[in-house]
Each structure stands twice: as structure tokens, then as C-alpha cells.
Design a protein around this ligand. Structure first.
Ligand code: GZL
Length: 325
């Protein structure tokens, strides 16, 4: 079935005259350079993802690069099909944000055979051959998790807390941010006897599932037994807060709220005291990606791993100047 989809897509490209030689020219930005980028985005599950997609689109436009973009709507198979269509179209560079870490080697070997370089943006892959991708641009998620843990230890000190029970609401299972935000957090708090993780459940980075996880946790635990919620992204955190406030529980006061990303709605809640800490995760990766494309096509060597600068915003510091995306 999938192959039929791919053939149909190629037929569509051919029928609409979208062969590589006469790709449509974006009139408003002048002629494309002779570089075309194929970009497979994993979905549109969060404000972070939407900001990331716009960052890639805008940077390609600024560089004058052609951009073939596909939104996989959270399906790995769709990403694999999109990568195959980019290979068939003979794009210059393939860029994708792998929804999960496993299952990419086969299609990336096809890209390697076609001599098309691959740039990973935002998330990493598990692979038997690190040469299957040329570069990674994205966060150090393990460090993000450590930052969350370090904040909680400092908060416990500031409160004079004797013991704190934590529940973790994590992101998409087997994704790099979920794995590493968990590992970094657990390693950062492992030497602190005051801190106990009661349970970790996945909300898949979705606001609706974050709320669902919170309802289930409140069916399992008395809210007074939950002192801290560590949520892997703001979308889930906002859903969690909806559920808490429906039940008269004050996020940020009755329960310490630690979140990741830094979208505007979460930063506003930080200022209102409804979130205590946001570990920033920068979605604006487009410029870094297109610089890599430019340097690759110019025959220059490029760094294998690039991380953007990311901060921590919390109620232990002044948050007046903090900007959300
Ligand atoms: C992190 C990114 C995560 C964000 C979520 O780089 O992969 O996916 O933290 C997004 O908001 O859904």
C-alpha cells in the first residue's frame, strides 16, 4: 500500500510538471538557487513544533532554497515515504526530525546510495552507522533534564523541604527528548534522598494527553501526596494545569510545576506563579540548518553535532525579561 502511495506521489509530481528541471519558482522571493531541500517534519503536535516548522520554512526562503516539506502527522511510515520521495526527486539535501529513534537505517541507506546528505533536526536516531547522517542540529536533551533536576534541588533547598514526591509526565515514547529528559533528570536527582519519583507516564507531548495523564494520576494518588510535576513539554503542562485548577488545586503553589520548551503561554503562567520552572528548548533551528546546507553544498566540512543556546527560567530568578516563542 505504501509503495502505491509513493508511486502516486511521484506521478503527481510528474503530472504537475514538478520534475526537478522545472520546479516552480517562488515569485515573491525571486528565483530559487539551484539548491532544493527535502524536509520531513514529524507533525504539528505542539506550539514548539509549529514554531520549529516556521523557522525551517523562513530560513529556506531567506536563503532562496527550494523547500519540499511534508508533515508526517506523527507517523514514522509517512516520514519514511517522504524521504523516499525526496530521493526520487533527487533533492540536494534531506532534512528530517525523526519522531522516534529507531527504524531509519534502511531508508537512510537508500539516501546514501543516492549520495544525498541527511541532516537530522531536533531529534536523534539510533543507527548502526553514524555516517548515515551528516549532521544533527538540536537540543542537548540530557542537559535539559539535568537542568530540571538541578532546579528542583535548589527549590527544595529554598523551601527547606524534607521530602518531595515527584510524578513525571513524559513525551513521545522512544523519542530522543523523552529518553534524555528523563535520564538527565533522574541522574541529577539520584543523589538527593529528599526526592522520590512516584511514577512516570507518557503524555506524548500532547495537551490532551497531558490532561488525561493528570486525571489518571489523581485517581491513583491523593493530590496531597504529589509535591512536584515534571512535564516534558509546555503543551502537556498546560493540559495538566487545566485539570489541577478544575479540582481547586493551585499549580505552582500546591504543586511545584517544572516544564520544558518556553512557549508564550507557559512563560505567562511562569510570571503568574502557576509554573515554577521552564527549561528552555529552542525551536528556532532553521537558520542553523540552512547554514549547514549552504556549507555542505559548498564542499565545506560541517560539525556533526550542533546545539543551540538554551536557558532556564524559574521562580528563583527574575523572570520579567523572559520572552516566550
Ligand atoms: C524538542 C521537541 C519536542 C518539544 C515538544 O526538541 O522534539 O517535541 O519539547 C515537541 O514540544 O512536541
Amino acid at each position: 500500500m505504501k509503495r502505491i502511495g509513493l508511486i502516486l506521489l511521484l506521478m503527481l509530481l510528474t503530472l504537475c510538471g514538478c520534475s526537478r528541471e522545472n520546479a516552480a519558482q517562488p515569485a515573491e522571493t525571486g528565483a530559487w538557487s539551484d539548491i532544493v531541500v527535502g524536509f520531513s517534519q514529524l507533525g504539528a503536535e505542539s506550539s514548539w513544533r509549529i514554531a520549529n516548522t516556521e523557522s525551517i520554512r523562513k530560513a529556506a526562503e531567506d536563503y532562496g532554497y527550494g523547500l519540499m516539506m511534508d508533515n508526517a502527522n506523527q507517523k514514522q511510515d509517512r516520514q519514511i515515504d517522504a524521504i523516499r520521495s525526496f530521493i526520487a526527486y533527487r533533492v540536494d539535501v534531506i532534512v528530517f526530525s525523526p519522531i522516534v529513534e529507531g527504524g531509519w537505517d534502511h531508508v537512510l541507506k537508500e539516501a546514501a546510495k543516492a549520495e544525498i546528505p541527511v541532516i537530522l533536526v531536533d531529534r536523534m536516531i539510533e543507527t548502526e552507522d553514524e555516517d548515515l547522517y551528516t549532521a544533527y542540529v538540536g537540543a542537548d536533551f540530557y542537559l535539559e533534564g539535568q537542568k530540571a533536576g538541578r532546579y528542583l534541588k535548589a527549590k527544595a533547598d529554598a523551601m527547606g523541604a524534607e521530602h518531595l514526591n515527584i510524578v513525571e509526565i513524559s513525551g513521545t515514547i522512544d523519542s530522543t527528548p523523552m529518553r534524555d529528559r528523563h535520564a538527565g533528570f533522574m541522574d541529577a536527582i539520584s543523589d538527593d534522598p529528599r526526592l522520590t519519583v512516584l511514577e512516570s507516564v507518557s503524555g506524548d507531548f500532547l495537551r490532551s494527553k497531558g490532561a488525561e495523564c493528570m486525571r489518571q494520576l489523581l485517581n491513583t494518588y491523593d493530590s496531597k501526596d504529589i509535591d512536584v510535576i515534571y512535564s516534558h513539554n509546555d503543551s502537556m503542562t498546560l493540559g495538566i494545569m487545566d485539570v489541577l485548577e478544575e479540582r481547586g488545586i493551585r499549580p505552582g503553589e500546591d504543586i511545584i510545576m517544572i516544564s520544558v520548551d518556553g512557549e508564550k503561554a507557559a512563560v505567562d503562567a511562569l510570571r503568574e506563579g502557576r509554573i515554577n520552572c521552564i527549561v528552555q528548548c529552542n525551536p528556532h533551528l532553521g537558520e542553523d540548518v540552512m547554514k549547514l546546507v549552504r556549507d555542505l553544498k559548498a564542499g565545506l566540512s560541517v560539525p556533526k553535532i550542533s546545539h543551540p543556546f538554551e536557558a532556564v527560567f524559574s521562580d528563583l530568578d527574575d523572570t520579567k525579561e523572559v520572552e516566550g516563542f
